[in-house]
Design a protein around this ligand. Structure first.
Ligand code: NAI
Length: 703
């Protein structure tokens, strides 16, 4: 049982005890209902306190039960709350640390509530594409007022208990404890006091009996609905929060509960909620590596050295400075250092100007930063990250030097995006300490960190890098060694399809629009212009030597031959006006594409948006299936996290793998067979990856 029952004189204390956050899993729910029944059956008991052991009152639903039958098995949360409300002896919720979702709903079903200051109070269901499902939308407005409740429910954001206690007329907390330490004692005292009050058998207060009205009624809800609509494009849940709270003001309590339930059940079945719940779990799962136990000892990382103060080196350094970890940057020449430092300063200063960073914080961070031209100065760093030019010869020189100067036990990381990490490790006598840390540009902004596991990378190095990734607030995903790792290896197939689509009749703008309508932050051509088309050009030149027979559209090369590298040259797939980022369709590019088509004897055809999106996204999916089968990615959900956090894949679709699952893998494979018939496409590529074919045969999906 994951709830404890203890007797303190004439008060029974039920402590939820289901670490880490006392999630309301089945056995905890049984523990509470059993506890309330036991206390009511014991004539020596006068009142009941419900609280949480350890670090939370309760964080709400137990995510380990998500999607399982246990989640709704009786007693479900609604029944638990009913048991508390119907208890003949008064029930006091003693809230501390965290009361969220179902945890808060449970407290709202108790007769009295006492809270410690500093507790985070929230109904975060909207973040999973849902609304609260156990009375939260009906009870919270009754105790803190309609507007504050709707704000909490629509945003899902936590508010501190002491702030809520200051709301005029609030009935959420009957009492604030002086401190977290005194909460237990004060809760017992409150329970005894209420036992005395109700000794005469008088009715105990129930939140559901409180009135719920908004003075402006319809006008207010219309306003709220408009506000929410503007902010929640593609997500139905926030708008439904408004509906549910409105029901609290217009319907009788029991009716409102039915409305809430109906909305909740409908949302549960939306692809958007499925995507958000998938991401919630995928995000937590990404940090778990099958053969690296969670208790693997980690190395201490108290200082970091970064080699190279270019685009990436600067951004990478900022991550550590932001986390309070000192950084020393090494460069070859003073002017490169000066430029790098100036960029970091400029970046922070613009944050200060925008009011996003306090001057004192900025000063603190800059004080942690130092620079050097000499390897002698970095030998004592716990972690060194190399971000020099993308050339094996340069990496070789750097890693040989690092092997000489770094103290034993230091972690040697490379930010390479395309080179073989095993080869880089082989330049040292300590390949077990070498790992890839592939940041994405701009490195201080992008969430994704691909942690590249070399053949010899030791488990404690991997565990340490994953932990440091968390510390600098990245989503870290482990990738095996292969060309492009997880993300770029997949994007290559996506880009190739974008090229074929242009060959066959699309304009770049048409492809971008279709993909952006699907929900991507940016289509492939606008993306190319932003990143610089010359980067892909250089990679293709190298690939042409490695894979001379690979089919691809030559239009991207022709574009680069025209000097159209993208925004930085004010011309790429689109034209750009000086200082502006608006992509203007380019006549020169359209002409170039037409000439190319003619030279290839291609008669352009009209291509529907649906085909555009399917070819681009299913190309990602097929390559991902290879990546999964080869063990480059540990699990399908890791691939989703890579695409959601590093490549702008639409959140509401949950990543390419979940999207494929939702479309149905059978349908995905059928489409791939169709694409393979297209003489202008790469039929070989469209052979379904063996894993994909197997899953279809077995009627299974990725997740
Ligand atoms: P960059 O050209 O902006 O910066 C490289 C810096 O390294 C320059 O300041 C250069 O002076 C310095 N450098 C070169 N050789 C050195 C040496 N031997 N010792 C010390 N410093 C040296 O290049 P960028 O874009 O920052 O790329 C660096 C690495 O990060 C490359 O491996 C690249 O593939 C990778 N990367 C780049 C991304 C991007 O979007 N730019 C994204 C992810 C990874």
């Amino acid at each position: 049982m994951t709830a404890e029952y203890k007797v303190h004189g004439d008060v029974a204390v039920i402590s939820m005890a289901n670490p880490p956050v006392n999630g309301l899993g089945l056995s905890t729910r049984i523990g509470i209902t059993d506890g309330v029944a036991k206390a009511n059956a014991d004539s020596a008991i006068k009142a009941i306190v419900i609280t949480g052991a350890g670090k939370a009152f309760s964080g709400g639903a137990d995510i380990r039960e998500f999607g399982s039958a246990k989640a709704s098995q009786e007693p479900n949360l609604l029944s638990v709350i009913r048991v508390c409300e119907n208890s003949a002896k008064p029930v006091v919720a003693a809230i501390h640390s965290v009361a969220m979702g179902g945890g808060l709903e449970l407290a709202l079903g108790c007769h009295y509530r006492i809270a410690a200051p500093g507790a985070s109070i929230a109904l975060p269901e909207v973040k999973l594409g849902l609304i609260p499902g156990a009375g939260g939308t009906q009870r919270l407005p009754r105790v803190i007022g309609v507007e504050p409740a709707l704000n909490m429910i629509v945003s899902g954001e936590p508010i501190k208990s002491e702030m809520l206690a200051m709301l005029p007329g609030q009935k959420l907390f009957d009492k604030m404890a002086a401190s977290a330490e005194s909460l237990a004692e004060e809760a017992l005292a409150l329970a005894r006091q209420m036992a005395a009050v109700h000794a005469d058998g008088s009715a105990k207060p129930l939140v559901k009996n409180l009135p719920c009205k908004h003075p402006q009624g319809d006008a207010y809800f219309q306003f709220a609905r408009n506000m929410v609509k503007g902010m929640s494009k593609n997500f139905p849940a926030p708008g439904k929060c408004v509906d549910a709270v409105e029901a609290a003001t217009k319907q009788k309590f029991e009716e409102g509960m039915l409305t809430e339930r109906e909305i909740f059940t409908n949302l549960m079945m939306t692809p958007e909620s499925r995507a958000l719940r998938h991401i919630f779990i995928a995000d937590r799962a990404a940090s778990k590596i099958a053969d690296v136990p969670e208790d693997t000892p980690k190395r201490t990382i108290a200082s970091v050295a970064v080699i190279g103060a270019g685009t990436m080196g600067g951004g990478i350094s900022m991550n550590f400075l932001n986390a309070g970890i000192p950084v020393k940057i090494l460069e070859m020449k003073q002017d490169a250092l000066d430029r790098g430092l100036a960029t970091i300063r400029k970046n922070y200063e613009s944050q200060v100007k925008k009011g996003k960073l306090k001057q004192a914080k900025y000063d603190e961070r800059m004080a942690l930063l130092s620079t050097t031209l000499s390897y002698d100065d970095i030998g004592q760093a716990d972690l060194v990250i190399e971000a020099v030019f993308e050339e094996m010869g340069v990496k070789e020189a750097v890693f040989k030097k690092l092997d000489e100067v770094m103290k034993p036990g230091a972690i040697l990381a490379s930010n390479t995006s395309t080179l073989d990490v095993n080869k880089i490790a082989s330049f040292t006598q300590r390949p077990q300490d070498v790992v890839g840390m592939h940041f994405f540009s701009p490195a201080n902004v992008m969430k994704l960190l691909e942690v590249v596991r070399g053949a010899q990378t030791s488990k404690d190095v991997l565990a340490t890098v994953m932990a440091i990734g968390k510390k600098i607030k990245k989503t870290s995903v482990v990738s095996g060694v292969c060309d492009g790792f997880i993300g770029n290896r997949m994007i290559e197939q996506y880009s190739r399809q974008a090229g074929f689509l242009v060959d066959e009749g699309c304009t770049p703008a048409q492809v971008d629009k279709a993909v952006e309508k699907f929900g991507f932050a940016m289509g492939p051509f606008r993306m190319g212009d932003l990143a610089g088309n010359d980067i892909g050009w250089a990679i293709r030149k190298r690939r042409a030597l490695e894979r001379p027979n690979m089919m691809y559209s030559k239009t991207a090369d022709l574009l680069c031959e025209m000097g159209r590298f993208g925004q930085k040259t004010s011309a790429g797939w689109y034209d750009y006006q000086a200082g502006k980022r608006d992509a203007i369709p380019s006549k020169a590019v359209v002409d170039m594409i037409e000439t190319y088509r003619t030279s290839k004897g291609i008669t352009p055809r009209k291509i529907a948006d649906e085909e555009i999106v399917q070819r681009l996204v299913f190309a990602l999916v097929n390559e991902a299936a290879h990546i999964l089968e080869e063990g480059i990615a540990g699990k399908a959900s890791d691939i989703d996290m890579v695409y959601l956090t590093g490549y702008g894949f639409p959140i509401f679709r949950g990543g390419p793998m979940l999207y494929a699952d939702q479309v149905g893998l059978f349908n995905v494979v059928q489409a791939m067979h169709r694409f393979a018939q297209n003489p202008l496409d790469d039929a070989k590529f469209w052979q379904p990856a063996p894993l994909l074919a197997r899953l279809v045969n077995e009627g299974k999906n990725f997740n």
